[in-house]
Structures are given as C-alpha cells and as structure tokens.
Design a protein. Structure first.
Length: 154
C-alpha cells in the first residue's frame, strides 16, 4: 500500500508500506542503476560507469529510507534522519549487505583491478552506508529498550 501525507495533514509525502511495492521499487532501482552505469561506462569509460552505479545506490538508499515504512510504523510523521528501516533486523541485514559490497570492492582491488581510485571511493561509500544502517539498528534497539523499561537510566 502506498500513502501520501504532508505535515499539515494534506496528502503530499510518499510513504510505501506494501512489501510488493518495496521490492518493485528496489528492482527498478537495480535495473536503472545497471542501465545508467553501463551507459556511462560506454560513453565515458569504466570510472564513470562505476561512479554512476554508486550514485544510484546512494540515491536508492536515501529514497527508500525516507519513503518505506514498516507495517506497524506510522506513515504521517517523517522518520528521524538516523532511522533508515522499519526495524532492527532489516537494518542489520542492510548493514551486512553493504559490508559485503565493500569487501568485494576491496577484494577486486587486491586482485589487481585497474580502477584503484574508484574501488577506494566505492569501498568508503559502502562502509559509510553500512555504518548508517548499524547506527539505525542500534538506535532502534535502544529506543525499544527505553520503551520497555521507561524508568531505567541508560
């Protein structure tokens, strides 16, 4: 299901709650990223292709983090900037995915890939995305614990 809300109550901001819609958006982003990456690679070279794919990846993370909502998550208010997913588990899974992406980039560099500068930039961006998802998971877990134990300090 897709909802749109605005801060004043009007329907303006896109919110996607349906799992099917979320998968569809991610699949479109993957196809678009590869298509734009290949186009940039053929037009401008492999560095441009890799950077284009990286830019689409970051844009997809930002878009999904701002618009996707969990089934039990309110759709009207905007999420805090640190919250990228609807739950701790999905944040951990995404962090693991970007850690693996970064490691594969480092391994390609170690294997003698010629795009050293792009590999380093890619590894750093993937590490930053992984760190953002770890922060999201930790903050969500801490919030859940505070809600379960409201009188405790910590």
């Amino acid at each position: 299901m897709t909802h749109t809300f605005h801060h004043d109550g009007s329907d303006m901001a896109l919110r996607i709650t349906s799992a099917t819609s979320k998968v569809g958006v991610v699949l479109v982003a993957v196809v678009l990223g590869f298509a734009l990456g290949f186009f940039a690679m053929f037009l401008l070279g492999p560095t441009a292709g890799a950077l284009t794919l990286l830019a689409v990846t970051v844009a997809t993370v930002v878009f999904c983090g701002r618009t996707f909502r969990a089934e039990d998550e309110p759709t009207a208010p905007p999420r805090p900037a640190w919250r990228l997913t609807g739950g701790t588990t999905s944040s951990v899974v995404m962090a693991g995915f970007f850690i693996l992406q970064g490691l594969s980039t480092v391994l390609a560099l170690a294997a003698g890939d010629d795009g050293a500068a792009v590999a380093v930039v890619s590894a750093l961006v993937y590490a930053a995305l992984a760190a953002a998802y770890v922060l999201s998971a930790v903050a969500q877990r801490a919030g859940r614990l505070r809600a379960q134990h409201p009188g405790s300090v910590g």
